[in-house]
Design a binder for this molecule. Structure first.
Ligand SMILES: Cc1cc2nc3c(=O)[nH]c(=O)nc-3n(C[C@H](O)[C@H](O)[C@H](O)COP(=O)(O)O)c2cc1C
Length: 180
């Protein structure tokens, strides 16, 4: 039975594809543990029914939120995320926009914390060619950073590691039984 609600927004499909890869990876731990939703069709109630939540967002127009997330943002003030465990993944272009790489993920992270949620899935910033980001906290990104424009070949490895950490932290499936 699904335990995690994944909500993504995507202008050109890159974040949607990443959402599918993340779902597939969680499936290895526990089949159908993730239910995927497009934030364009989601409500506050849809999010509130989950205790474990994944948010996926791309950054557009130099540090701005993806269109559907931008429309949903005001509704986030109606979320009560106290006791909810949340992790975020962000799509961006680190070479094209090194100053604002996955900024939108940082905006969503701030909102999650403001609404009382617990953030999981921080990710080392080492190896990314970035000079600034709203998602940057010391030497970590507050979200898994994916870069479809330049490093799509790294998606599977990054997602596998990130999901492994979340599966462990959230008690999904038989953690010991999964071979890396
Ligand atoms: C006009 C434009 C502006 C962008 N601005 C940013 C940006 O500020 N930061 C960033 O990390 N990526 C930026 N990107 C890259 C997109 O986030 C990236 O292509 C992403 O994979 C799109 O995902 P989506 O198809 O799910 O919306 C921009 C892309 C375009 C075309």
């Amino acid at each position: 039975m699904a335990k995690i609600g994944l909500f993504y927004g995507s202008n050109e499909g890159n974040t949607a594809t990443a959402a599918d890869l993340i779902k597939q990876e969680f499936d290895k731990y526990e089949p159908d543990v993730v239910k995927v939703h497009n934030i364009a069709d989601a409500s506050v109630q849809d999010i509130m029914q989950w205790d474990y939540i994944l948010f996926g967002i791309s950054t557009w127009d130099i540090g701005q939120l993806q269109d559907d997330w931008s429309a949903f943002l005001p509704h986030m003030d109606d979320l009560d995320l106290r006791g909810k465990k949340v992790a975020i993944f962000g799509l961006g272009d680190q070479y094209g926009y090194p100053d604002t790489y996955i900024d939108a993920a940082g905006v969503i992270a701030d909102k999650v914390l403001e609404r009382g949620g617990d953030l999981y899935g921080l990710w080392p910033a080492q190896g990314y060619q970035i000079t600034g980001s709203r998602a940057l906290v010391e030497d970590h990104l507050i979200a898994l950073g994916l870069d479809n424009d330049n490093e799509a070949d790294k998606h599977r490895e990054r997602i596998a590691k990130w999901v492994r950490l979340l599966a462990f932290a959230w008690g999904i499936g038989e953690y010991e039984g999964v071979v890396a």
